[in-house]
Design a protein around this ligand. Structure first.
Ligand code: G6P
Length: 473
């Protein structure tokens, strides 16, 4: 049974809809756009092309009809509580997430989770097929929906289909653990264009295709047999994602945000150096490694409370997944110990904040921070690194950046570190603290040029241009 066609020429599909349910003071509920860069980038494209967004409203058992919010057509896909457990918390975030991030935490393989992942991907594919007009373009986002491209192609061969993987794609030696590795690669190959963050992710994907299927390929093209003696060409290559640079810079220039940054410095006791970490509380982010390095600097006296302050924002994430609960316990134990050992009555060694904050407050923190710590053990891109750079119109501040974050391919003027090398991390922190103003400015200027050249609008344009090109073949 093939679904009926819809009316939208451009359809974006992602696990979460780009809106949050907010309750106003008078008790009434409404949907508000969530602040992600993807929405900002795609909004003009959606407007121009009569677009729709297909996704989960973020809570179990919310069955709502398609609706409009902030000028966007939203098509909700409902998930039951069991599906949230098996498809979202289970297969997406306790199988694929750790597997794709170098097995930092051991992935769990459960056949019921896989079944649920398949069933939910099928639902997303149907909802997208029903929304898309004849010959429309559909752009599927991220690892939660890797089967959607081929399911959608089977339902609607007329569509042009793109897929973008926001997280890393692992080397074959790791990927091959997955019992359903062939089905995943087959699912992705249903797309016309498959985008990755780094060239190395695309190379890993090519080797998975070669090892599992032996299809003919010459980067960036894979020749996929069409079952009728011919083949389809699929393009797989890197399109490094970015942020809405201008909007961050605009916020960072507001007088009240600059004043807030000064207030933050003051509230922290005007230390010589503020170091900042901003992450979802996730084991991929290397928060423990950075705390260990900072703790050793405090212990050996090369950093002193009152002179150097560390602010760590760790926003709550996936709190019902066991590995995240464990991580939270570990991090909070470490922070508690370090503060117990090194804080004074007037100065905490570490200000640890387990909250999310509005964008304005984040920007003020970026402006207040002399040193930004991005020490991920593995990260698709890491947009925090780019946000920090975009905000520093004063051409000051030092970015310490893990070479295992996708951003390291572009941000070569950061202090690049291997976060597993605690001595190296300590040296980078000390170097950042002592770095002369001239060197800070030279580096920051180069970083800013790079971030400005490739903002999120440019990213979506270049992906969609490639997609249009293959679609018109
Ligand atoms: C990463 C993923 C996104 C995901 C986000 C937040 O950035 O690439 O797909 O939406 O984390 O995680 P959550 O599980 O809360 O959606």
């Amino acid at each position: 049974m093939s679904p009926s066609t819809g009316r939208f020429d451009f359809v974006v599909v992602s696990n979460r809809l780009p809106v949050d349910r907010v309750i106003d003071p008078d008790g009434s509920a409404r949907w508000q756009r969530s602040p992600g860069g993807l929405v900002t980038a795609l909004e003009p494209v959606m407007r121009a092309a009569d677009g729709a967004w297909v996704g989960w409203p973020g809570k179990a058992d919310v069955e709502v009809e398609p609706f409009e919010a902030d000028d966007m057509h939203l098509v909700p896909v409902a998930l039951s509580a069991g599906e949230v457990e098996r498809y979202y918390e289970g297969f997406s975030n306790d199988t694929l997430w750790p597997l794709y991030h170098d097995v930092i935490s051991p992935p769990a393989y459960h056949r019921e989770w896989w079944e649920s992942y398949r069933a939910v991907n099928e639902r997303f594919a149907r909802a997208s097929a029903e929304a898309a007009a004849p010959n429309a373009t559909v752009w599927v986002q991220d690892y939660q929906l890797q089967l959607v491209p081929s399911m959608l192609r089977a339902l609607r061969p007329d569509l042009t289909i793109g897929f973008f993987n926001h997280i890393p794609f692992p080397p074959y030696g790791i990927f091959s653990q997955l019992p359903w590795r062939r089905a995943i690669v087959e699912g992705l190959l249903g797309a016309d264009v498959i985008g990755f963050q780094r060239a190395s992710d695309a190379a890993n994907f090519f080797s998975a295709v070669r090892r599992l299927f032996g299809y003919g390929m010459r980067s960036p093209e894979v020749r996929v047999p069409d079952g009728q003696g011919g083949h389809r060409t699929v393009i797989a290559k890197a399109f490094p994602i970015s942020i809405d640079v201008e909007s961050f810079e605009e916020i960072a220039r507001r007088p009240e945000v600059i004043a807030r940054a000064a207030q933050i410095r003051h509230d922290l006791g005007d230390p010589g150096t503020i170091m900042l970490g901003v992450d979802r509380l996730d084991y991929t982010k290397g928060i423990g490694h950075r705390l260990k390095a900072f703790g050793e600097l405090l212990r050996d006296g090369s950093a002193r409370t009152g002179e150097v302050a560390l602010v760590q924002v760790a926003s709550p994430s996936r709190e019902r997944v066991e590995a995240y609960m464990q991580l939270r316990d570990e991090i909070e134990l470490t922070v508690g110990r370090l503060n117990g050992d090194y804080s004074t009555i007037s100065h905490p060694a570490i200000s640890y904040l387990h909250h999310g904050y509005p964008r304005e407050e984040m920007v003020a923190l970026y402006l207040a921070a002399d040193v930004m710590l991005v020490t991920a053990l593995r990260d698709g891109m890491n947009l925090v690194a780019k946000e920090y750079v975009a905000c520093r119109h004063d051409e000051d501040g030092v970015l310490i950046l893990s070479e295992f974050a996708g951003a390291a391919d572009e941000l070569k003027n950061a202090l690049l570190v291997n976060p597993h090398d605690i001595e190296g991390l300590k040296e980078a922190m000390l170097r950042a603290i002592a770095m002369p103003k001239r060197e800070r400015s030279t580096r920051m200027r180069a970083l800013r040029r790079r971030v400005r050249e490739n903002d999120v609008a440019r990213w979506s344009q270049s992906f969609l241009d490639t997609l249009r090109h293959v679609g018109s073949r």
